[in-house]
Design a protein around this ligand. Structure first.
Ligand code: PMP
Length: 468
């Protein structure tokens, strides 16, 4: 075993990892990266097929982002945002507001996706109380939601495996069904395919469920303070896309009943959900459904996946409710030591510039299409039940049998075993239960896309069962 791997085994506790399993084998220890490639301590090469847990956008070791970080480093790495402003954070805030849905006017920086959601939650809570909307504000969230691992963010989440153990620590949020067309309890039809033969008509029952919740709450005289959602695709739920039109409908109803819209774009932001070729050239999923959120949480890709930095964007109206004389104590009493970090902001500025370049837009369009074409080849595997792609995010749901859609038991570790087989063949990704993910960096070449999908196919075939 590599000496560094020994140190890891001895001292490091890994996230979302059964450490007993971890300690059974030598870990892959990454020492270098370039573009979509990673190298381990033994010199083995891998494709980074999940963009280092959905963070990396333009590839590793990108000369422009490296230069931006080095340039900033030669001036200063960090100074506090408590009582001080700084150059890259001011510039970044301006650029984010320009790129985001137009109702968003202010940026509150923090460190990661969870804190970005905590900030949105606390602001929405206080906004509801201060405006007289509600004395004890409550939030409506989606089944299968995941918004991070800090306690407030966990309270907004609904993945029992991750969240249930901590229920005693949490405040209560209401949940409502989210669309899951592949396992739709009503009609098993994707709305856009409702007219195709063999599909029953979609009556948007899932939107109706959202409405029922909002109506019931209003009748009790305590309307929801906020409706929290991951726009277009729920990530940790298993890469579950919302059918076109679901979000705009649900958001419109939520707003009609007075709920603020809290969009978690931690995964979907920065071009992940679509390219200029296939959609309007926006960087954010909300725009594709014409939704103007009151809060938008950003992290992961904000710095191109280089440094831990996050931002919560909000409206002038929310900002204004926190204005007052000093001794009114309307201040937003929240902040982190690294809020507005200069190195992170410099990386984010370089990343945004790359994202907004024509070359990046074109590359994303091509990559999205290549991924779509390659993924079709997976339909020949009898254990592939569903293939779901939104822009540059793909989820492949494994099932025991595609005809019955019967899932594998979680204990069978089907997704984990496929990913282990992929790693042996030089492609790295992580599953969500029985769902395998491909989320390539935007610089991934056509040959690399073919390799990612080809290795995934071989791993499914070798791990699960017979051919269709
Ligand atoms: N929201 C969403 C939609 C996410 O996917 C994640 C992380 N996977 C988070 C929030 C939490 O982000 P972080 O891990 O940076 O705290």
């Amino acid at each position: 075993m590599h000496p560094l791997a020994k140190l890891d085994h001895r001292y490091v506790w890994h996230p979302f990892t059964q450490m007993r399993d971890w300690l059974k084998r030598e870990p892959i220890l990454i020492v270098e990266g370039k573009g979509a490639l990673l190298w381990d301590a033994h010199g083995r090469e891998y494709l980074d097929a999940n963009s280092s847990i959905w963070t990396n956008l333009h590839g590793h070791n990108h000369p422009r982002i490296n230069a931006a970080i080095r340039g900033q480093l030669s001036k200063i790495a960090h100074s506090s945002a408590l009582g001080l402003a700084n150059e890259p954070a001011s510039l970044l805030a301006q650029k984010l507001i320009k790129a985001a849905p137009s109702a968003l006017r202010k940026v509150f920086f923090s460190d990661n996706g969870s804190t970005a959601m905590e900030v949105a939650l606390k602001l929405a809570y206080e906004f509801a109380r201060r405006t007289g909307h509600s004395r004890r504000p409550k939030f409506l969230t989606l089944e299968g939601a995941y918004h991070g691992d800090t306690v407030g963010a966990v309270a907004l989440g609904h993945i029992d495996l991750f969240h249930k153990a901590y229920s005693g620590l949490l405040f209560k949020t209401d949940k409502v069904m989210a669309p899951y067309c592949y396992r739709c309890p009503f009609n098993r039809a994707r709305p856009e395919r409702a007219d195709a033969r063999g599909y029953r008509k979609c009556n948007w029952e899932c939107v109706g469920k959202v409405e029922q919740k909002l109506v019931a709450r209003k009748k009790r005289g305590n309307p929801y303070a906020g409706f929290v959602f991951e726009p277009l695709m729920q990530g940790a739920a298993g890469m579950i896309p919302q059918p076109a039109g679901w979000l705009s409908r649900a958001a419109e109803i939520a707003r009609a009943y007075g709920a603020l819209l809290i969009a978690d774009e931690v995964m979907t932001g920065f071009g992940r959900t679509g390219s200029a070729e296939t959609r309007a050239p926006s960087l954010f999923a909300c725009d594709y459904e014409g939704v103007q959120p009151d809060f938008m949480a950003l992290a992961k890709g904000l710095t191109g996946g280089y440094l831990p930095m996050a931002a919560t964007l909000t409206t002038q109206a929310v900002f204004d409710t926190f204005l007052g004389e000093y001794d009114e104590f309307k201040t937003f009493f929240h902040g982190h030591s690294f809020t507005g970090n200069q190195l992170g902001a410099a990386a984010a500025l370089a990343s945004l510039e790359l994202l907004q370049s024509t070359a990046s837009l074109r590359a994303r369009g091509r990559l999205e299409q290549e991924l779509r074409d390659e993924l079709k080849t997976l339909w020949s595997c009898s254990n592939v039940g569903d293939i779901r792609q939104v822009g540059l995010i793909a989820g492949i749901e494994l099932v025991r049998d595609w005809r019955t859609r019967e899932p594998f038991e979680l204990g069978e570790r089907a997704g984990i075993r496929v990913c282990e087989a992929m790693a042996r063949r030089g492609v790295l990704t992580r599953p969500i239960g029985n769902v395998l993910l491909l989320m390539p960096p935007y610089c991934t070449t056509p040959a690399q896309v073919r390799r990612m999908v080809g290795v995934l196919r071989e791993a499914i075939q070798g791990t699960c069962a017979v051919q269709r």
